[in-house]
Write a protein that binds this ligand. Structure first.
Ligand SMILES: Nc1ncnc2c1ncn2[C@@H]1O[C@H](COP(=O)(O)OP(=O)(O)O)[C@@H](O)[C@H]1O
Ligand SMILES: [Mg+2]
Length: 249
């Protein structure tokens, strides 16, 4: 078992859906295990869960995070080891909506589990309502995922403000689906503009890469490492405290 860590429970969030929260959660989880970290992913997107599919473990899901909070099962019954990816575990979201409404339960769960994992990554649902509050309740840090278009950036800035209001001050920015040619064409904001608009410290830039739409079934043993996979590796290293440069296509 690991020692108790501070700031090791991160919520991965954004305003609207589609920014890449679940993709970031899955790939960052894989990359952290490659640094010999023990990682738990918690899917909080009730009704629209996706991490079990992304990680190819759907057939193994029996219980979910709400079952633990309600006392329907033990942690060991609900947490699924991700096949072929040693030290990666998933706690799935409920398949139905309105099953999760317990910020206190979520905080207690994360506080209890953080003793046993180097990192807990919580995949937040879209929106800034009840689901968002549940997802952030157990976190002591946040990774805000934005794309470089004006709407996504405005969402990111709003989420950053909400995180501060909810006493999460350790928030970092991930710019996802980045394309420098669209910045040059004036379609996307550049990296400095995105940092300024969101008021968040940058931890990584992930290029647009359609390879990421495949499932993560080979768990990091990628045949062709793409710039996006390299970007996730760098984010994992920076999260773990290493001083490594950003990667931009
Ligand atoms: N860097 C990327 N490049 C290309 N496609 C991406 C990237 N990140 C995410 N996607 C795709 O965007 C879609 C939405 O991603 P997802 O992670 O489900 O978003 P969210 O969880 O924020 O709703 C998915 O089809 C996913 O494969
Ligand atoms: Mg998602």
């Amino acid at each position: 078992m690991c020692d108790i860590k501070l700031n090791n429970v991160y919520v991965i969030t954004s305003g609207k859906g589609g920014a890449g929260k679940s993709t970031v959660t899955a790939h960052l989880g894989v990359q952290l295990t490659k640094l010999n970290k023990r990682v738990l992913l918690i899917d909080m997107d009730e009704g629209l869960r996706s991490l079990d599919l992304m990680l190819n473990v759907s057939s193994h899901t029996l219980f979910d995070v709400s079952d633990i909070i309600k006392g329907n099962c033990t942690v060991n019954q609900a947490v699924i080891p991700v096949r072929q990816c040693q030290n990666l575990y998933l706690l799935p979201a409920p398949v139905t909506v309105n099953s999760l409404n317990s910020p206190k339960g979520m905080k207690f769960l994360c506080d209890s589990l953080s003793k046993y994992f180097d990192y807990i990554l919580i995949d937040s649902p879209a929106g800034v309502g009840k689901g968002f509050i549940n997802a952030i309740s157990g976190a002591n840090g946040a990774l805000v995922v934005v794309n470089s278009d004006p709407i996504s950036i405005r969402d990111g800035a709003y989420v950053a403000k909400l995180l501060r209001e909810n006493h999460i001050n350790n928030s970092r920015l991930i710019i996802n689906k980045f394309e420098s040619k669209l910045v040059k064409k004036g379609v996307f904001y550049n990296i400095d503009e995105t940092i300024d608009a969101t008021t968040l410290q940058l931890i990584g830039v992930v290029p647009n890469d359609f390879e990421l739409q495949k499932t993560v079934d080979n768990c990091g043993e990628y045949i062709n490492t793409t710039p996006a996979i390299e970007a996730f590796e760098r984010i994992a290293r920076r999260l773990a405290g290493e001083n490594c440069s950003l990667l931009v296509n």
